[in-house]
Design a protein around this ligand. Structure first.
Ligand SMILES: *Cc1c(COP(=O)(O)O)cnc(C)c1O
Length: 416
């Protein structure tokens, strides 16, 4: 079994170890929830002060131009683009993942409906186990459209290809599953979807900043994702959307607010869509929050996704190895794939008392989270998690399980 001393040695030899200094983490906490809310980049405090004191407080409305507030969604989009295999001018940071999903899904359906050879397609394929908001948004859109639009919910990832047939307009998938951490093969599924005449929408909520993504090389059509998870943009920070360059001309979505207008300050009564990725915007953005996204993205500029991926797999391998050895006597079941090619940057185990165990871990400074049913979920952000953190977290977990040191009566918090 790997010892604590060996973990410290791995940290000493880790070329990425210094990046942890770019984050402010509270003492006594092992933070294994960066897949839900990323830790705060140190720079974010100073940036927040600048935005609030100088840009808002002093420069006031002049900041739309002077501080570049108006251009920020696209400036940040260009900074984010290399992390997801996108080019400049292809990404906008704006709105929420749910709202962006609505926009790109509607746009994909519109593209299909305006193609005479594909206009009869009415099915949206996704996984039943997809993150609920994705399924809800697709359901809402299908109901709103009427005319026979419907969802086809697939139960197992292995069955996805077979579910994509000549009735399918859009395949909407989340690249890394939020519960299991399973990573789908974006290239293969996109190729299959295209061969069947369907378009693809990829949700990168648990991929951006967590695993290498190459949207253009995969020939994906549309994508969305969060900045507050592995990209460390801050609580509720705006999400992003990506449109493949070949679709930008035909990109039309129903949220035609003035920020997507070709010339918003012409104040014309007619909506003329902007011809750039700006057409993905709707209205005025939460500028304070948006500004902080940059601090998270700046850290990624100091490394690359290949190096982060190597460390992420080493961390998750170590966690699986240690849990299986130290907690072998307990009813834990690994739900995350062992195979590297299909694993994201998280590890989930089920335990019959998963919620209570996670609460006990949090009480002892190991912050993971809980997802129904029975899933204890641990995210590993290679930017700031150390090998010794993995070791210590497993020791604390083993002690809690050995001593049954968790409270089954404890009431559920609203956010688990
Ligand atoms: C976290 C997550 C979301 C969150 O959407 P919001 O609109 O930001 O609440 C959506 N989809 C997936 C797959 C997620 O993991």
């Amino acid at each position: 079994m790997t010892t604590r001393e060996e973990c410290l040695e791995l940290d000493r030899n880790d070329a990425l170890a210094g990046l942890r200094d770019d984050f402010s983490l509270p003492p006594g906490v092992i933070y294994l929830d960066g897949n839900s809310l990323g830790a705060r980049p140190r720079a974010a405090l100073q940036r927040a002060r600048e935005v609030v004191e100088q840009e808002w407080g002093t420069d006031l409305i002049r900041s739309w131009n002077k501080a570049g507030w108006f251009e920020l969604p696209l400036v940040l989009g260009d900074k984010l683009a290399p992390l997801i295999g996108a080019g400049p001018g292809e990404v906008a940071v704006t709105d929420t993942t749910s709202i962006n999903l609505f926009k790109v899904l509607a746009a994909a359906i519109h593209l299909q409906a305006s193609n005479p050879e594909r206009a009869g397609r009415r099915v949206i394929v996704t996984e039943r186990a997809n993150f609920p908001t994705d399924v809800y948004i697709a359901q809402g859109l299908a109901q709103w459209l009427g005319q026979g639009y419907a969802l086809r919910l697939v139960d197992r990832p292995e069955d996805l290809e077979a579910a994509i047939d000549a009735d399918v307009a859009v395949v909407m998938l989340t690249h890394v599953n939020y519960r299991t951490g399973r990573l789908l093969d974006m290239s293969a599924l996109t190729r299959h979807a295209h061969a069947q005449g369907a378009l693809t929408v990829w949700d990168l909520a648990h991929s951006a900043g967590a695993v290498p993504v190459d949207l253009n090389a995969s020939s994906a059509d549309f994508a969305v994702g969060c900045t507050y998870k592995y990209l460390n943009g801050g609580p509720g920070a705006p999400a992003f959307l990506w449109v493949a360059p070949r679709h930008l001309d035909g990109f039309q979505h129903p949220l035609t607010g003035w920020w997507g207008h070709a010339n918003p300050f012409a104040m014309q009564p007619e909506f003329i869509p902007c011809t750039t990725i700006r057409s993905g915007l709707c209205g005025t953005q939460p500028t304070v929050s948006l500004s902080l996204v940059e601090c998270g993205l700046d850290v990624f500029a100091k490394t690359d996704m290949a190096a982060l991926r190597r460390k992420s797999l080493a961390l998750t391998d170590l966690f699986i190895e240690l849990v299986e050895q130290r907690c072998a006597a307990h009813p834990l079941e690994l739900v995350t794939p062992r195979e590297h090619a299909v694993r994201g940057s998280q590890v989930s185990f089920t335990h019959p008392h998963g919620y209570a165990v996670v609460q006990a871990l949090i009480d002892k400074g190991v912050i993971g989270d809980y997802r129904e049913p029975q899933i204890m979920r641990f995210g590993f952000t290679p930017l700031y998690i150390r090998f010794v953190d993995v070791y210590d977290a497993v020791e604390i977990l083993a002690r809690i399980l050995d001593q049954r040191d968790y409270d089954l009566e404890r009431a559920r918090d609203a956010v688990t």
